[in-house]
Write a protein that binds this ligand. Sequence first.
Ligand code: DAH
Length: 351
Amino acid sequence: MADIRELIQKVSLAKNKLELQNLKTQFLGKNSQINQEFKKLGSLNEDERKVKATSLNNEKQKISEAINIRLKELEKLEINEKLQKDKVDVTLPARERPNGKIHPVSQVIDEISSIFSEIGFSVEEGPDVESEYNNFTALNTPEDHPARDMHDTFYLDKNKKILLRTHTSPVQIRTMLSGNPPFKIIVPGRTYRCDSDQTHSPMFHQLEGLHIDKNITMGHLKGCLDYFIKEFFEVKKIRMRFRPSHFPFTEPSAEVDIGYKLENGRIIVGEGDKWLEVLGCGMVHPNVLKNAKINTKIFQGFAFGMGIDRLAMLKYGINDLRSFFETDYRWLNYFGFDPLDVPTNYRGLSR
Ligand code: DAH
């Protein structure tokens, strides 16, 4: 008979449940040595049988106990191993953060849309490729008008009938021709002029505004722009002045300047004694309304236009317009916005 301590040691070293099961069969099963010994008991006399039987039972019990102990140990190891593998890091974000950033121009368009939607404006769009008629003639800018030269137009055909729109104002005409007043719209979009330096890009962005209804006055225009500028720059007070100006499509026309000061080379909007031009505006010229089939005896209104890129530069301290269009990922990473943080008037526009 093998040494019982040797058997017990083998059991205690079993690496897994299968190995343990095999040892159990080997040590206690039908063909085990101990079973053979039991079978031989019948050939012994009574006294010898009693002694041998007791010792065999003892051994059997000791081996069984060792097997049970090892089984419990192996089960515990198995559970721990499983827990280790299944470990969940509850501090990980539920969804992976998106990698990209929102371009400052897109962010500012979202901010502006959110601000104007609060006071009932809806967003309209128009095509980049426009007719010469919508871009100029319908807007009270006939062929020989000097304002045409100032626009450095990209014409797309020999006859100069098709062009890349030089401003978002033609969408005024498109909107008014496609429905009945009242109209209360803003139009963000791309515009094109043959010009390029630190503050001009051949493609840039404008925002047009148009409000046509009964009894609309310049007072409404002032109130609307005062609200917009304060909301946009997220300030409570703003200094603003309306300077008489000229646009063919408005009468009277004005340019709007806002007060600012310089602090460590940064522009602080709202305070200070310096003036910065931010937009053009006025009461829509009756000729424009007539071209758009609006009854000028009943309806009138105001319009305004501003450069979105310039507003973005001012608000976010970006000093070269060209950097907007260089598609430099490092720049976008620095100046861009979190795609999940959509600007709203309630939660804050740029926070
Ligand atoms: N379209 C003008 C420009 O590009 C801007 C502008 C001025 C638009 C006055 C308007 C307005 O609607 O009323 O310079």
